[in-house]
Design a protein around this ligand. Structure first.
Ligand code: PHE
Length: 406
């Protein structure tokens, strides 16, 4: 693909050794399920928007959060990584994990990519919704394209005082007050107020969506762009699921964006991850379904109506394994294979998993065996149909990845 250019939204990007977007991946750009009327992601998004509009109001009762849901997923590597203090050697920067147009431009891997720019524009309170792109395995809960909501709340000194009831110093230059629960520059007081406000807000949001009785727990996390950082998990049908990541925004980010005299919090969540339990949708691929049996169920729901998706019917899986020797001349990584399977198997592929690997004791050759589970969402697949797709995957893996079938 070197030196060939990639065109997205009528703009051309000169390809280089970083280019790894595929026509298939590019075809998702512009679909914007989160903005489509009656799509479950749009309905779920609207619940979050309603929460932020109701929960935070200005002096005259006006909503103070702005919503952004039409920002292009093409971003610079600076926006996606550097502006958020992601280390130069962080694995997410790897070509095997993210989708690059070229060395300087990529498809956002998270909506946090827009945080700095929006703060630079002078915004203090906003939520961004958008499609994000990550190279990953494929199964019922993973797909290379999904959707996120990312929120930011930055406090003015006055707002902090209002919450606290008395004067608060945001900053603290007394190094003796340093502890692991806060950033050095901020005072213990300000850090506590903002952390508590963050947790209270996000629990209120989750309760508003899932109901007062939802069980939750906080876990310590690490993100390069926040400190302290947390993850909120919710218990859904006896299973703990990760609902969101959040934390106090790194002061350096605010400073670089022209808000160095402030403190604030940020969070990010996956829409599919929460909409799946909310509507009882069993498979992430269904969000891409064009079948009326799926979409019709979400039409004309009352505004606060919560519905349970009724599976149209369960069609059988078809399981085929593929074993091959890895190429010796070039590097091979499982994500390359997962993606190729996605490209040629499309919506028929429910799962791809590495199930066995070994190194030949004499030749040193490495063998991988992958299990591919095929299932059509709307009909029973015949073995002949599956074989045809499987063959296509074998041929292309041989040609493109340089593997040798066993
Ligand atoms: N961007 C993080 C993710 O994709 C989520 C996050 C956003 C965490 C903002 C903290 C603050 O996992």
């Amino acid at each position: 693909a070197a030196s060939k250019s990639v065109v997205v939204d009528g703009k051309s990007y000169i390809g280089d050794e970083y280019t790894n977007v595929t026509p298939k991946i590019l075809s998702f750009i512009g679909i914007n399920n989160h903005n489509r009327k009656d799509h479950p992601l749009n309905l779920f998004k609207q619940r979050l928007v309603d929460f932020f509009y109701d929960h935070f109001r200005g002096r005259t009762g006006n909503p103070i959060f702005s919503i952004y849901d039409k920002i292009s997923p093409v971003v610079t590597t600076n926006e996606n990584f550097d502006s958020l203090l992601v280390p130069k050697d962080h694995p997410s920067r790897n070509k095997t994990d993210s989708y690059y147009l070229n060395k300087t431009h990529m498809l956002r891997a998270h909506c946090t990519a827009h945080q700095s720019e929006l703060i630079k524009m002078g915004l203090d309170n906003f939520v961004i919704f958008g499609d994000v792109y990550r190279r990953d395995e494929i199964d019922a809960t993973h797909y290379p394209v999904f959707h996120q909501a990312d929120g930011v709340h930055i406090f003015t000194p006055n707002e902090l005082e209002l919450i606290h009831g008395s004067n608060v110093n945001i900053f603290d230059n007394d190094k003796n007050n340093s502890n692991n629960e806060k950033q050095e520059v901020y005072s213990i007081e300000a850090n506590d107020i903002v952390t508590n406000h963050l947790k209270k807000t996000l629990v209120a949001m989750i309760k508003k969506v899932f109901g007062e009785e939802i069980e939750y727990r906080w876990i310590s996390e690490y993100f390069p762009f926040t400190h302290p950082s947390f993850e909120l998990e919710i218990n859904y049908n006896g299973q703990w699921i990760e609902a969101l990541g959040c934390g106090v925004i790194r002061h350096e980010i605010l400073k670089n964006a022209g808000a160095g005299n402030r403190i604030g919090w940020a969070f990010g969540l996956g829409l599919e991850r929460l909409a799946m339990p909310f509507y009882s949708i069993p498979d992430i691929r269904l969000f891409w379904s064009k079948d009326s049996g799926f979409l019709n169920q979400f039409q004309n729901l009352p505004k606060d109506g919560r519905m349970k998706y009724k599976p149209i019917s369960i069609y059988p899986q078809c399981i085929n394994d593929i074993s091959f020797w890895l190429p010796k001349e070039k590097p091979f990584c499982p994500n390359d294979f997962y993606e190729l399977v996605g490209n040629y198997g499309g919506q028929l592929v429910e799962q791809v998993k590495l199930i066995d690997q070994f190194t030949h004791p004499k030749t040193g050759n490495v063998s991988h065996c992958y299990r591919i589970v095929y299932r059509h969402l709307e009909k029973t697949l015949s073995q002949a149909e599956v074989n045809e797709v499987h063959k296509l995957i074998e041929t292309n893996a041989t040609q493109i990845l340089g593997i040798k079938l066993r």
